[in-house]
Design a protein around this ligand. Structure first.
Ligand code: HEM
Length: 252
């Protein structure tokens, strides 16, 4: 199978196939909200043992759910960034390429958004911090627990939503603006690494520490390869432009 970069000059004006239609997307996000409701209300009714953990004097289950889904959301976001870089570095031929790669890249992004949403909303059930929807939805307003590091996660979440949704308005915003906006992904990844590392309870655990180290090394290695590729492909154009200028210059 021949590999194609995620986006290149020749397809800059072409339509990017959408992994999910707007309706599917809304349904998926509603399912997440439903899942959060099920975790908070329905599960305790079915499983009284869990209800004790959820609704007892010191409920911990919501906090455990927030921690685990936070790590899953982080890994999914890392995967989508790595996958995007693998595709744009033309390494996708190692596995698959073309439309499958583009769709997978988009789908994993929305999955990460879904887990991120669950991770944030489930915190409302945590009776230790006692946060409400306003504190969860407003960057740096998570009073009571690391508002700055949590704030970075909140900002990154909104930026992820903007970048992920931009594919639906790419036709209207134009390729160049869309691509520039897409570079925000690296800022998002950086913010989320700081957020997870500094606000996470599990950072002290060596497997989690190893996860942050390994994922960051892979992501930044691929980013450096991407930058070097961009510099290399930019150079011949520059030289060609210089040559054509010298050729077209009239002889004196
Ligand atoms: C896609 C977006 C997000 C990702 C990938 C993410 C990821 C993570 C990760 C990996 C952790 C560390 C978990 C641990 O080690 O315990 C974490 C912790 C945390 N996150 Fe997020 N996060 C995101 C968005 C948010 C948002 C929007 C909020 C809103 C309040 C938030 C609030 C928190 C809090 C309070 C903790 C600390 C939990 C603890 O006690 O360990 N996060 N997040």
């Amino acid at each position: 199978m021949s590999a194609r970069p995620l986006v290149n000059a020749s397809e800059s004006e072409a339509e990017i196939p959408q992994a999910l239609s707007i309706v599917e997307l809304i349904l998926m996000l509603l399912a997440v909200a439903g899942g959060t409701f099920a975790a908070a209300v329905v599960l305790p009714l079915w499983l009284p043992g869990l209800a004790e953990s959820l609704l007892g004097s010191e409920p911990k289950a919501f906090w455990y759910l927030a921690r685990t889904t936070g790590v899953v959301a982080y890994l999914l976001l890392w995967l989508t960034i790595v996958y995007g870089l693998v595709v744009s570095n033309k390494m996708a031929r190692l596995w698959n390429g073309g439309p499958t790669a583009v769709e997978l890249h988009q789908f994993i992004t929305w999955l990460a958004v879904a887990f991120g949403l669950f991770h944030a909303l489930i915190l409302m059930g945590d009776k230790y911090i006692k946060s409400n929807l306003t504190q969860i939805a407003t960057p740096f307003a998570y009073a009571g627990y690391e508002p700055f590091w949590v704030g970075l996660g909140q900002v990154a979440f909104y930026l992820t939503l903007i970048v992920a949704a931009s594919v639906y308005v790419r036709k209207w915003m134009g390729y160049r603006a869309w691509r520039t906006l897409h570079y925000l992904s690296f800022v998002i990844y950086f913010l989320l690494t700081l957020h997870g590392f500094f606000s996470g309870t599990d950072t002290k655990a060596s497997p989690v520490l190893a996860m942050y180290t390994l994922t960051s090394v892979v992501a930044y290695f691929l980013l450096i390869v991407r930058i070097l590729n961009a510099v290399r492909t930019a150079r011949p154009t520059h030289n060609a432009a210089a040559k054509s200028t010298s050729h077209s210059a009239p002889a004196r």
